[in-house]
Design a protein around this ligand. Structure first.
Ligand SMILES: Nc1ncnc2c1ncn2[C@@H]1O[C@H](COP(=O)(O)OP(=O)(O)OP(=O)(O)O)[C@@H](O)[C@H]1O
Length: 282
């Protein structure tokens, strides 16, 4: 795998000609083929595409949870495995996975307290800038959780639990945060409000975010760039830069410029869907 030598700064996550194959023999399944992606440091990038096109697989390659069968993956100049060991990579899953016996403030503060060795490992990697620990109470306030700091997870709604998980992930100050459909279980209004809070925190923390979603509106509102994938095998078929001003309020969702970007992504999605095995079966 060709990555930048130790000590050499790279300001991109780069995936080059990645192939991922599951299984072998007649049941072999090519999940990704020839995937090229470049994500600049600090960008908010969403991945959207039909079910089964390989969005989560792509996230797992960046996270170092899977290795590509061919091609290269580099996270700011190092392998995903090294980035993972140095705690450069954070993950927000679909379900929040909070510790039920700890209150909200303790849930979000704990990882920073037990991962003290990670900062030393990060410093050994070129280009990593030392950051001072964020004020977790301030992040909780930005997420609308100031009054919930002393509540246990069981006393929170699903949306509040997911916001807690997001604060916890940003609080660990990863170089890149991978978010796999974190709002899929939430109703539309809760979702819109959490998107705004996520953007406020992202704006403060300057974290690179790679965000998987099925929602066109969500992708347009959050992102600097939207990658559209198609299935059979999974590949990136379009990359759309979202040139809308920030901050992106809920009022912006009703503007003509916003609808224009939604239409562009929907057109790409439709052509991606027509190329997918699901379309041939329909
Ligand atoms: N461990 C595995 N073994 C075999 N096949 C797998 C494995 N993981 C994923 N796949 C297959 O690879 C393809 C891509 O899966 P992936 O979960 O990445 O898709 P996705 O785009 O995230 O789907 P969804 O939108 O439904 O969550 C799917 O067809 C899936 O069945």
């Amino acid at each position: 795998m060709s990555v930048a030598p130790a000590g050499v700064e790279s300001d991109t996550i780069s995936i080059s000609q990645a192939v991922k194959i599951y299984g072998g023999g007649p049941s072999q399944f090519v999940a990704l083929n020839g995937v090229d992606v470049t994500i600049e440091r600090g960008q908010f990038v969403s991945i959207i595409g039909p079910s089964g096109c390989g969005k989560s697989t792509l996230l797992r390659l960046i996270a170092g949870l899977e290795e590509p069968d061919a091609g290269d993956v580099s996270v700011f100049g190092v392998t995903p495995e090294r980035a993972c060991a140095a705690k450069m990579i954070g993950l927000v899953p679909q379900t929040p996975a909070l510790l039920p016996w700890l209150n909200v403030l303790k849930n979000v503060s704990l990882p920073g307290k037990i991962n003290t060795g990670a900062e030393r490992r990060r410093q050994r990697i070129g280009g990593h800038q030392q950051k001072s620990a964020p004020d977790m109470r301030d992040l909780l306030e930005k997420a609308g959780l100031a009054d919930a700091a002393h509540k246990l997870p069981a006393q929170l709604s699903g949306g509040m639990q997911q916001r807690t998980a997001i604060v916890r992930a940003f609080g660990m100050q990863p170089d890149v945060l991978l978010m796999d459909e974190p709002f899929s279980a939430l109703d539309e209004f809760t979702r819109e409000s959490i998107q705004g809070q996520l953007l406020d925190i992202w704006d403060q923390m300057n974290t690179t975010v790679v965000f998987v979603t099925h929602s066109v509106t969500e992708a347009v509102r959050l992102s600097d760039k939207v990658l559209v994938m198609s299935a059979g095998p999974g590949r990136v078929t379009a990359s759309v830069d979202i040139d809308l001003p920030r901050p992106r309020s809920e009022a912006m969702l009703k503007t003509a410029e916003f609808h224009h970007y939604e239409d562009v992504i929907r057109d790409h999605l439709q052509s991606a869907w027509r190329k997918s095995p699901a379309a041939s079966a329909a």
